[in-house]
Ligand binder design. Sequence first.
Ligand code: NAP
Ligand code: GDD
Length: 348
Amino acid sequence: MGKIRKKIALIFGITGQDGSYLSELLLKKNYIIHGVKRRSSSANTERIDHLFDSLNFSNKNFFIHYGDISDGTSTLNIINKVKPDEIYNLAAQSHVRVSFDVPEYTADVTALGALRILESIRILNLKKTKYYQASSSEMYGLVKKKKSLNEKTPFHPRSVYGISKVFAFNATVHYREAYNIFACNGILFNHESPRRGPTFVTKKIVQGLVRIQKGLQNKLTLGNLYAVRDWGHAKDYAISMWKILQYKKPDDWVIATNKDQTVKKFIDLVAKKLNIPLKWRGKGINEKGINKINGKVIVDLDKKFLRPSEVDFLKGDFSKAKKHLKWSPGISTDQLIDDMINEELSIY
Ligand code: NAP
Ligand code: GDD
């Protein structure tokens, strides 16, 4: 009997939160993984260092290539060299607030980066290569009714990040329709984990409140407390990415928990778990979270963390994925917060 050929996956954005969980999942599924990492002056592989020999940039089933999706030639060359069965495009300038500061760069990487990969698949005539695009609930933007959003809900992005993701979403659909490429969008709602970047709100809250509890920080300064998000665990969402590419036909899928919470509620939940006695006082930008016992301000607000236009409400209806992909979130918000707190506590 001949040996079964291992599947080959190429991951753009392998050093990010999702890239690390997806790599772990695919290694368990016996894939050979190639990842693309951009050059940085300090180490940017800490989320995946446990998966490979970082000095040699490889192990038996795991290879890292230097590249950048703002560089079309290197993107095409890597895809040509690896000839993957599956490409996961997780690479992006992924911070919504930062996209107001660097709009042109965000569009180059987040919108045109996806196009460069899709064009490479087309030019190289890779008929069997499947493509996953990391699309985002940020594309919905301004929603008319505060109800669960699904694959049919129209997009009205509120940032250049959101606009760029809509471009990449449409490019993915276009390459599927025009060139018959197995190209799919996962419209993922917010997902978090201990590996979340420190400037995203959940990580900032957990890190800040743990440090306050340990006496290492006095207060946490935030922006809009009343934005509503649907927060899942990145580990669950990596499974959905893989399932999307294993489905019998290419399609677009909402991945979410269908639960919603405000930023303020998230703070309350974390504070409660850390036994920080928190009460709220004041209104608008003067609202403050105060330690009930000693009256000290633990949370305050600063305009610099507000956005010129905000996405007020995100909650996702994942019933299509549940029915056809048999995907549902396995980790609750409560467990997500425990996971994030435990990781943070283990540092000190
Ligand atoms: P992340 O932690 O910010 O990771 C982004 C990855 O993209 C990193 O590996 C980053 O490399 C890489 N990257 C950035 N610019 C690049 C470039 N020019 N060329 C090549 N690689 C580049 O984001 P994440 O949370 O894992 O999210 C993964 C993807 O899903 C992103 O596209 C994001 O926009 C999208 N998404 C995320 C969520 C969420 O809630 N997490 C929801 C919906 C969609 P460095 O490590 O060098 O920075
Ligand atoms: N980052 C941040 N920092 N957000 C804050 C802060 C703060 O100090 N204070 C309040 N917020 C509010 C933001 O205004 C936003 O409404 C909400 O908290 C969540 O912000 P982020 O955690 O930065 O996430 P995001 O929803 O803007 O974007 C994330 O989710 C998208 C999917 O909906 C990112 O992961 C995107 O890449 C992803 O596409």
